[in-house]
Unconditional design. Sequence first.
Length: 139
Amino acid sequence: MRRLPPVLESAINLVAEGTRLEGKLRFEQVSRVHGTLVGEVEAGPGSTLVIAETGCVEGNVSADILLVDGFVRGDIVARTRVSVSGTGRVIGNIRAPKVSLDFGAWFEGRCSTGTDAGSPAPGPDSGASLSPGLSAGSA
């Protein structure tokens, strides 16, 4: 298993539960979202963005690594991987080299994997899809 380099405590960003931020948001390093983000969310190269169980993002998300335990309504582009846990819900398209959906995860949209993860999210005629309302873990 590959080990991640240590992260300084001062490099970790936390959006607390009950906090609501709107607009174009940019994060670096490791960020944990327990509150609500509305708008475009961009996490820089080498970043890890964690949407916690109480976290909600309403808008498009771009990150290196995205871990979804909460809710995302918008398109996702990740340079490395996207992981949606059993408590995670995504309504929107996902484009990333690697995508994982745990049992119980909810995904409604189109998914495109491969090495071209930096390109725009897939359009309505590309990629694979799950039927609306189908839970990834129920197949």
